[in-house]
Design a protein around this ligand. Sequence first.
Ligand code: ADP
Ligand code: MG
Length: 698
Amino acid sequence: MMEKVPEIFGSMVFNESVMRDKLPKEIYNALKKTMSQGTQLELDVANVVAAAMKDWAVEKGANHFTHWFQPMTGITAEKHDCFITPAGEGKVIMEFSGKELVRGESDASSFPSGGLRATFEARGYTVWDITSYAFIKNNTLYIPTAFCSYSGEALDKKTPLLRSMETLDKQAMRILKLFGNTSTKRVVATVGAEQEYFLVDKEVYLSRPDLVLTGRTLIGSRPPKGQELGDHYFGSIKPRVSAFMNELEVELWKLGVYAKTKHNESAPAQHELAPIFTTTNIATDHNQLIMELMKSVANKHNMACLLHEKPFEGVNGSGKHNNWSLATDSGVNLFEPGETPYENAQFLLFLVAVIKAVDDYQDLLRFSVANAGNDHRLGANEAPPAIVSMFLGQELVEVLEALESGLDYFNNYEHQMELGVTVLPNFPKDTTDRNRTSPFAFTGNKFEFRMVGSTFSIAEPNIVLNTVAAEVLRQFADQLEESEDFNSDLAAIIKKTYSEHKRIIFDGNNYSTEWVEEALDRGLSNLHTTVEALPAFVSEKSIDVFTRHNVFTKTEILSRYEILMESYCKTIHIEALTLVDMVKAQIIPACIDYQLELGKLMELKKSVGGKLSVYLELQLMENISSLSEGMLEKLNQLEDAILNSKDPRDTLAQSRFYRNEILLVMEELRYYVDELETLVARKHWPFPTYAQILNSII
Ligand code: ADP
Ligand code: MG
């Protein structure tokens, strides 16, 4: 299998080498220019590209094409069209025009638009995102596109992501120019998103309506053995899982996704896949493909892939580590500490820019990872808390501390400080020290943002990261471009920025309760749940930074906020309805059946002369009865709450109601159900238990 990888890798992608092969030279050059410089694609060029793409796709068995886009639902959408065009005499020919390639129309009215639909036309259109290659999946040619309304408002996640990459490019280029760099043409944000997921047996999955309808278990008592022994983490991979992983990899490779690492995670049945990093835009498309294929390949293997942030209470949830860095078009990583003091000065400037960006915009980063699912995970002693802080590693902190205080820290090291440029040093670059509990860790030459939830599109966190980094770089460039003494002003900025923002740096245990108190003392924000986190997006500061960088218009921000709030409420609403249904239709009848059986046994015992003890049956029945009573009370409360949820003043008030009332009663109801699960005979209990689900793959 392994030796075929180069052959199959990208075999279903209309990539550079296919383009070079299939396109006339001048067309290829024109397309390349558009790709690298973002220039307009002429229609005659598009026509030739489309024809070549169609021939290539048909050769590979595709009859349809689709504009593939990423609406606000967080997943992808597609509408398939056939290549056929009537050719008279009842015949057809296969055709695909430049116009069809570049632009498509789509009825936007069924996608969430957060009010944009009311004020703007319902129709939207999709535009080919030339920076992401077309590919073939399920006999269809997929064209990655951005999705906008007719008035130009973004209706998707890709448009603002591309805008954020543009502004970051622009501001980072200004900084590079200040350092005398004349060869770099572009700076791109690179991302490698590690994806965690659970695999469970399909039959077991299908017998849990909560998993099917909400992605997480709403009930279930703790299993006798969970992850306590730590025997799953990096453990050997079961054959069934291994077969799945192999097929998944091959399918991803065909689509040009650099799936590289796979291993078991800490929770039972939990696994991870890490791709090799690429530009943010493509990484975002690829992460969508990864999630989609995980589900479809699992299905083929009679398993279900759970992407929810917290499928099981008491068991580690799933996240997505968003590894982020900046690279020049020639592949130089700007967060790679350099060899010379001069390079290091540039590195340190970019580094303190990120420190300031994370500190200034903690709340926006927190916002970017907020949803109902992630609320169960963040701060649950297994994942980063809801407090954003940064880990830099001891060396970097020492360097920055030395710069701040003016001390020569390098006397402590064998490495002698070279006083090349002012006081910016050459330092040792051993960054093996890791802090796994940090939400935002510098890991040698990139930052790892670990708060992202496993179901998320990585677009949002990267839109925020790119924009806030661009904003701070803009501020630095504004100052330095005016500077008369670059070296000393540069040193001063680094020193001052570190000094003002070092409160965001924390290298202790982020899971500890002491940290929560200390963070409060440091003035860091702690937005516990989605309900607190989302309003940060519509704050003045947020609107300022996003509009200044043309990433979002104010209208786009307000509409997105509405969509996110609505989606939070809807998620919990569906969970509540599902729980009610499970209790009424299956759990209550199970409790009744079991009690009936106990009753019959007691009758039987009595009928043989009354000498046999019915103590056990009575005890059981008493316990089940009283727990059932509690369950019924909470069930009624939940049903009432669901009815009351229909009276929203605004979405914020409504979201508070869902969090404070509905989620709370659901938890209380769960308590009774989980207790009952331990009493009712397994053969009566209508759902597989945690132990059965988590160990369903053997
Ligand atoms: P971990 O210990 O967190 O698994 P790895 O070194 O395996 O760390 O890398 C994790 C992810 O980081 C991979 O997806 C990798 O491609 C990505 N990564 C590495 N370098 C960069 C970079 N310069 N920019 C973005 N992502 C990167
Ligand atoms: Mg990682």
